[in-house]
Design a protein around this ligand. Structure first.
Ligand SMILES: C[S@@+](CC[C@H](N)C(=O)[O-])C[C@H]1O[C@@H](n2cnc3c(N)ncnc32)[C@H](O)[C@@H]1O
Length: 290
């Protein structure tokens, strides 16, 4: 089961009250959603979005007790405006977006998100989207591979990894995470606790799912769906995500559309990191619609 990150901090900032409506734009296993629904009883609604049908299935089980107070959408948060309009739910008091993957996806999806498993190279949150990690590794030109490893992985050895991938696939299609890890390990040596494949896997996942473009689309629409005084909380796990949220909120606060509630991102306490090591890299930013 996925442990929700920075849960107390999200609740403190979103401050859900009885009968208010919220959106969890990355419902996952429903951890944040459940805590919000408990506070918005008896009639508050929650729009629960996730791009992954398996996450939606898990969330449906975990949020069953709330019945028709939850409206599910198996879609990308990039379509948040359309999803809210179609739900017919108004007066949205808050949105939470918890970027990245859930523990279930990493450990049990079989889609190749983890470099610690031997799985097919899929990495799609939504299997209706066309591009897989295997397609990218085998069909992109070497220069294009270099660009995504550098831009989306911020991997200093991006050029060498792109070259190694290009050479390896001359000998046959790269099909599994184990094969990819072996190629990366020839080029990058382990630095401390960080696995050498971390940044390359991140880059592939971002490219497969168009993650940054989806974040930009959601950010553009969030001011349109929040009611006045409504808040949006963003939990990011790497600098590319955090930078998008940070720059967007700076721009909109200059235009007096929103107010930034925390100049510095909120990070997990030592206590939370001890219980849930995944929270170590989490950064929370919160804004309020003016
Ligand atoms: C870290 S998990 C969320 C965990 C959740 N907050 C909880 O407490 O259980 C992130 C979820 O976001 C989903 N996701 C990733 N990109 C998405 C997108 N563009 N639109 C909607 N959901 C997305 C993933 O499928 C995953 O289930």
């Amino acid at each position: 089961m996925h442990v929700p990150v920075l849960l107390n901090e999200v609740l403190k900032y979103l401050d859900p009250q009885a009968n208010q409506n919220f959106i969890d734009a990355t419902v996952g296993d429903g951890g944040h959603a459940k805590a919000i629904l408990e506070k918005t009883a008896p009639n508050g609604k929650l729009i629960a979005i996730d791009r992954d049908i398996d996450s939606i299935s898990r969330a449906k089980i975990n949020l069953e007790e709330f019945g028709n107070r939850v409206v599910f959408a198996n879609d990308s948060f990039g379509n948040i405006l359309k999803i809210v309009e179609e739900s017919g739910i108004g007066e949205i008091k808050g949105v939470v977006i918890d970027f990245g993957m859930s523990t279930g996806q990493l450990e049990n999806s079989g889609k190749g998100f983890s470099f610690q498993k031997d799985e097919i190279l899929d990495m799609r949150y939504d299997i209706r989207t066309p591009l897989t990690a295997e397609d990218i590794l085998n069909d992109y030109g070497e220069a294009e591979l270099f660009r995504i490893f550098k831009e989306f992985g911020e991997e200093p050895k991006a050029r060498m990894v792109a070259r190694a991938v290009a050479q390896a696939r001359d000998r046959g299609r790269i099909k599994t995470t184990k094969e990819l890890v072996a190629i990366i390990e020839k080029v990058i040596r382990r630095r401390g606790k960080i696995h050498p494949a971390t940044k390359i896997f991140q880059a592939l996942r971002i490219e497969v799912n168009g993650e940054l473009a989806e974040i930009e689309k959601a950010l553009a629409d969030i001011p349109k769906i929040l009611s006045g005084g409504g808040r949006a909380a963003f939990i990011s796990f790497h600098s590319l995500e955090d930078r998008l949220v940070k720059n967007w909120s700076k721009d909109l606060s200059k235009e007096n559309i929103i107010k930034i509630l925390n100049k510095k991102p909120v990070v997990a306490s030592a206590e939370e990191i001890k219980i849930n090591p995944k929270s170590r890299s989490a950064k929370l930013r919160v804004i309020e619609k003016l």
